[in-house]
Design a protein around this ligand. Structure first.
Ligand code: FPP
Length: 249
């Protein structure tokens, strides 16, 4: 039997990625962890290009979690530098390829220089329409949900929101990801099988794909394999198979 092929008419609209394994990749080579992050940055470039070429609408990358601030200071420093470098190096290509860049997360903690570069890129790319690249930076899913709840409570306290108005759509609009489609496919590299506080609310019905490939080794072929696997899944959103097939009459 022929191996399944990627169907370009049934692509996930939104792919989210937990890029894990940089440290182990470096250790396997007897190099410091930051060496792995640098190689990871090249994989970011590869995957952004591939998603844009395929026609993926939204790509979300977990670049730095709220919990990553607890890592050794020099590693944090290096990751921030890499991000700043990425913005400068990729700026032109991002614009040429029509990619809109947005961040999610508490970036007030990000060093001012990197933060202002990021904001400048967000502003410059805000009208780009061919793909949205979401950078999760200083991001935590629980933190996002708590922040959303605080925003709704403030509006309620100001008399601008009634408890009965709070439903799932209203809550979604209070999150960083307001206006973005929910991820249909979440890829995690590096062998662990967990979500690690990434897009907790948004991943309620997301298909999960775990691979042992370490992030710096993640190639376009691995991305395609994840999408092909996704295309073989049966998604029913809580309904029975029969209901799902008959849902449009
Ligand atoms: C997890 O691997 C990876 C990170 C915490 C950082 C991800 C950052 C990059 C891929 C590079 C910079 C990003 C951009 C957007 C330019 P790990 O260090 O936990 O790996 P380990 O589990 O093997 O130790």
């Amino acid at each position: 039997m022929n191996a399944p092929r990627l169907d370009r008419h049934r692509l996930p609209h939104h792919i989210a990625v937990i890029m894990d394994g940089n440290g182990r990749w470096a250790r396997q080579r007897g190099r410091p962890r930051v060496f792995g992050h640098r190689a990871g940055s090249k994989a970011v470039r590869r995957v952004v290009r591939a998603c844009r070429r395929l026609g993926i609408e939204v790509l979300s990358l977990y670049a730095f979690s709220a919990q990553n601030w607890g890592r050794p200071a020099d590693e944090v420093h290096h990751l921030m530098d890499l991000l700043g470098e990425f913005i400068i190096k990729e700026w032109q290509e991002i614009m040429e390829r029509g990619i809109r860049v947005v961040h999610i997360g508490a970036i007030r903690r990000v060093p001012a220089e990197v933060r202002s570069r990021l904001k400048a890129l967000e502003l410059a790319s805000q009208r780009n329409r061919d793909m949205t690249l979401v950078l999760a930076l200083s991001y935590g899913g629980r933190e996002e949900i708590v922040r959303g709840a605080q925003r709704l409570v403030s509006r309620a306290a100001a008399g601008k929101l009634r408890p009965a108005d709070v439903d799932a759509d209203c809550f979604s609009r209070a999150l960083y990801t307001a206006g973005l489609p929910e991820p249909e496919l979440l890829i995690r590299t590096g062998g662990e099988r967990r979500i690690s506080n990434f897009l907790l609310w948004q991943c309620a019905y997301t298909e999960l794909f775990f691979t042992d490939v370490l992030w710096p080794d993640f190639k376009v072929a691995d991305l395609r394999a994840a999408i092909i696997d996704f295309q073989g899944r049966s998604r029913r959103f809580g309904l029975t198979g029969e209901q799902w097939e008959e849902r449009d009459g």
